[in-house]
Ligand binder design. Structure first.
Ligand code: ATP
Ligand code: MG
Length: 602
């Protein structure tokens, strides 16, 4: 696990990326850059004055799935750096692959990034200006870049079969072999490439390759493919193209056209960096890209225990109905985390705490839950809910309190309200019958048990001291009612409250004003901490107990919650009113996470 950064310091902890940015700002690496219109067909124009102190990052998802907690790390990093340095982060869809991309994903991704608390709608000076981009809008420019490379003798059309190409690429110990098509003249290559573009050749029959070095130790430099033929309708450009740029060719051009300064990606792209540099340098020499060109920096991706972050595997969970959709509260997708009740603030805090480094590591899932508790502890209203209810009858109630009497009670919703403010107050009533947790009664108490057993006194939290007298059982010996008597004049908040000493206070909900609620108790989706590491079958460790639904009773303030409102159910943990299924008066709650410790006993 990464060394956690100091949680209490408001200033952002340093990391190697901040070090690089600080150095670039100090040295004025990008000071000469004119923040003016960009070359080619880049669909944006900068207004305002150039400012050497500004950085430009980008978040470049491929719209082929829903974002997950790993993407959240990348989002917080890229948008967070831009925010902290007064720069701009571009929201860019890397939509160069026509087959798997869909508008549904585009919309969901934009929504997720906004929800996380980031935007792309203003420039360096805070003026309105969109920084939403689509790689597919640069296809014309990419095509021209390819023709330039051909003319400069730096690219050729290769008609080897894919098998021949693979065989001639060599491997780590064997250098590659030149293709027989490698020595074609620029004129021949240009004609061939234009035929590719014009649909004269079938899919897969030939590719355009960069001409670098078939003996390079880095296999990515052995004449990588940069354009392929693929007849597919693109979500943005329709049927305009039947050739598409390869990701490794497109991405550096996208960055450079947008004048990104620091192109931050995950470690698996480290071996691609030499090609990234080769490409932007060659195109800058040819005047197709502006100097100074962007540079790529890699960081370790997020691995979170009990979680998988492969888009393909997450899709399998949804398609094979192991979960109830992309936003199932057990899913590590942003929509899933949101529905589960994780807050944007908690996710941002989590990302700050795990930091960035170049070393691969696993982060313990509890890190996310700790961030959630730290965020909600002072914000979430408290409330009482009984998740495993059994009825408690106060047999002397009518006699000492009055027949059918309901006594109003109250407790603060926030035990530690923000400085200078007062906590809102929760109102509820106590009467002859209340719901309590089944585990709060024992006919024969185990050693050290302080809750209800015959002869013992406890406090009903916010209500009265009661003394247990026994229970009623059904034919199977199952307790159906717990019996007790109320001790008059011991109501919480009255002078008599301390007249009787008790060792425990238990949570409860009045039968008269408690509201039945559906409560979904979620646990981790996998029983294995690294469900898909080392090629393991992740479906084999699906947790059959990951979702349990109970009918609980909640106090009136909880029943009136608005959808998405978060609470601390006293002693049980943090819960959220489900975004989709909850309605005031017909409550549905999701468990986000438990309490740090079982702090329900007095
Ligand atoms: P694909 O296999 O479809 O490319 P991907 O997870 O890389 O999947 P992208 O849409 O390309 O998805 O990701 C967008 C950005 O999010 C990339 O810059 C990628 O490096 C980053 N990213 C993806 N997964 C993680 C992760 N687990 N931790 C940190 N960053 C991640
Ligand atoms: Mg990717």
């Amino acid at each position: 696990m990464n060394a956690p950064t100091d949680d209490n310091t408001p200033s952002k902890p340093s990391n190697f990326l901040r070090g690089i940015i600080d150095r670039d700002l100090e040295q004025g690496t990008y000071a000469s850059r004119r923040w003016g219109g960009s070359p080619g067909d880049a669909a944006h124009h900068e207004q305002g004055q150039p400012d050497p102190a500004k950085i430009r990052t980008r978040f470049p998802p491929e719209p082929n799935g829903y974002l997950h907690v790993g993407h959240a790390k990348s989002i917080c990093l890229n948008f967070g750096l831009a925010r902290d340095y007064g720069g701009v982060c571009h929201m860019r869809f890397d939509d160069t692959n026509p087959e798997k991309e869909e508008q549904e994903y585009v919309d969901a991704i934009l929504d997720a990034v906004k929800w996380l608390g980031f935007g792309w709608d203003s420039n360096f000076n805070g003026q309105a200006e969109s920084h939403l981009y689509y790689a597919s809008n640069y296809f014309d420019h990419m095509y021209r870049a390819a023709e330039y490379l051909i003319e400069a003798g730096l690219a050729y059309v290769d008609e080897q079969t894919p098998e021949e190409m693979r065989a001639n690429r060599g491997d780590f110990s064997t250098p590659g072999k030149d293709s027989p098509f490698r020595s074609r003249t620029p004129q021949e290559n240009l004609a061939r490439f234009r035929e590719m573009r014009d649909g004269k050749h079938p899919d897969g029959s030939m590719v355009l390759r960069a001409k670098i070095d078939m003996a390079a130790p880095n296999i990515n430099m052995r004449d990588p493919a940069i354009y392929r033929i693929r007849r597919a309708t693109h979500h943005n450009t329709g049927d305009k193209w039947c050739i598409y740029p390869m990701y490794t060719f497109a991405h550096p051009i996208e960055d450079a056209l947008e004048q990104i300064t620091h192109s931050i990606c995950t470690l698996e792209f480290e071996d691609q960096r030499p090609f990234y540099d080769w490409l932007v340098d060659r195109l800058a020499e040819g005047g197709l890209l502006k100097q100074p060109t962007p540079r790529q920096y890699e960081f370790a991706r997020l691995n979170l225990t009990y979680v998988i972050t492969s888009k393909r595997k997450l899709k399998a969970l949804v398609d094979e109905k192991h979960v109830e959709g992309w936003d199932d509260p057990r899913m590590p997708t942003i929509v899933g985390l949101r529905r589960r009740g994780y807050t944007p603030e908690a996710i941002q805090l989590f990302c700050e705490r795990i930091g960035v480094s170049k070393a691969d590591s696993w982060i313990d899932y509890s890190t996310l839950d700790i961030a959630l508790r730290d965020d909600l502890e002072h914000k979430a209203h408290r409330g009482m809910a009984v998740l495993d209810p059994v009825k408690l009858v106060l047999t002397n109630w009518d006699e000492v309190m009055g027949n059918g009497h309901l006594e109003p009670c109250s407790l603060p919703a926030l035990p530690h309200p923000p400085e200078g403010t007062e906590s809102p107050v929760r109102q509820f009533t106590i009467g002859k019958e209340v719901w309590i947790e089944r585990e709060d009664f024992e006919e024969v108490p185990p050693k050290g048990y302080k809750r209800l057993f015959p002869g013992n006194k406890v406090r009903l939290k916010g209500g009265y001291v009661i003394e247990c007298t026994g229970c009623v059982k059904d034919a199977d010996g199952q307790v159906t009612e717990v019996l007790a008597t109320v001790v008059p004049d011991t109501k919480s908040g009255t002078p008599g409250a301390d007249s009787v000493k008790v060792k425990a206070a238990i949570t409860w909900v009045g039968v008269a004003d408690g509201v039945a609620a559906e409560v979904r108790l979620y646990d981790r989706l996998f029983t294995d901490a690294q469900p898909d590491a080392g090629g393991k079958d992740f479906l084999a460790s699906l947790n059959p107990e990951s979702k349990k639904v109970v009918t609980a009773y909640v106090e009136p303030s909880l029943a009136q919650a608005h959808a998405d409102q978060k609470f601390q159910f006293e002693r049980h943990g943090y819960f959220v009113a489900d975004r989709k299924d909850h309605a005031p008066g017909k409550p549905v709650f999701n468990k986000i996470t438990g309490m740090k410790d079982g702090n329900w006993a007095k």
